[in-house]
Ligand binder design. Structure first.
Ligand code: SF4
Ligand code: SF4
Length: 104
């Protein structure tokens, strides 16, 4: 993840001993809590294609989805609300092959 993901929210700040604080994050899309180190992990934000797709002029009908099956594993997908299909990687298909593409 390079830029900020719109689904990544600060959830809580834990006050630790010795005046240290730890921020707990929440992925609003997958509805899970994430530790700071998780943000770099491939199974969490580090390997997530959602920010890239949202930054690349997605079609207005495309909606991201994310399932965290268990800690350390996730599945990212996109739903086309017009055609009612699931797309794992919408990039090229939407922009170059779909005649319904309308950028946001
Ligand atoms: S897991 Fe993906 S969708 Fe969720 S907050 Fe991280 S980058 Fe965003
Ligand atoms: S470009 Fe086509 S397939 Fe992709 S989200 Fe839009 S309507 Fe659906």
């Amino acid at each position: 993840m390079t830029g900020q993901c719109p689904f990544l929210k600060e959830y809580k700040v834990l006050r630790l001993i010795e005046n240290e604080n730890r921020v707990i994050f929440r992925c609003e899309l997958g509805k899970v809590l994430l530790k700071p180190k998780d943000l770099k992990e491939k199974w969490a934000c580090g390997g997530c294609s959602v920010p890239y797709v949202l930054e690349s002029s997605p079609c207005r009908y495309l909606k991201p989805g994310k399932d965290f099956l268990f800690r350390g594993s996730s599945h990212t997908f996109f739903i086309c609300e017009l055609l009612e299909i699931k797309l794992e990687s919408p990039g090229e298909f939407c922009k170059f092959y779909c005649r319904h593409y309308i950028p946001l």
